[in-house]
Write a protein of this length. Sequence first.
Length: 110
Amino acid sequence: MKNQFLSQSVNFGGQTIQGPLQLPGGQPIDNIGTLVSRVLQFLLPLAGVVLLFVFIWGGYDFMMSQGNPEQVKNARAKITTGLIGFVILILSYFIVRLLATIFGLPSGII
């Protein structure tokens, strides 16, 4: 019997509902590497969208500061935070790729 990390099918009233972490072909997730790979497919694009909104927010605050030094400082801090987040996002992607190669996980990760 294989261990499954998450229940990916639920029978309710005679109808089977499949979960989002199901592998193509309906195979269950049976190891932690596959689970991490599947979850990161959702998290990295979501982090990119959040990063875009941080840049837009910082840019809007910068335009609306009207030269007020305190508001300009706050807007620059938001933009700097966004840039740091962007660097962390890129580094996390490459670290995951490196670990996948080191541990021999499938090349389909991310």
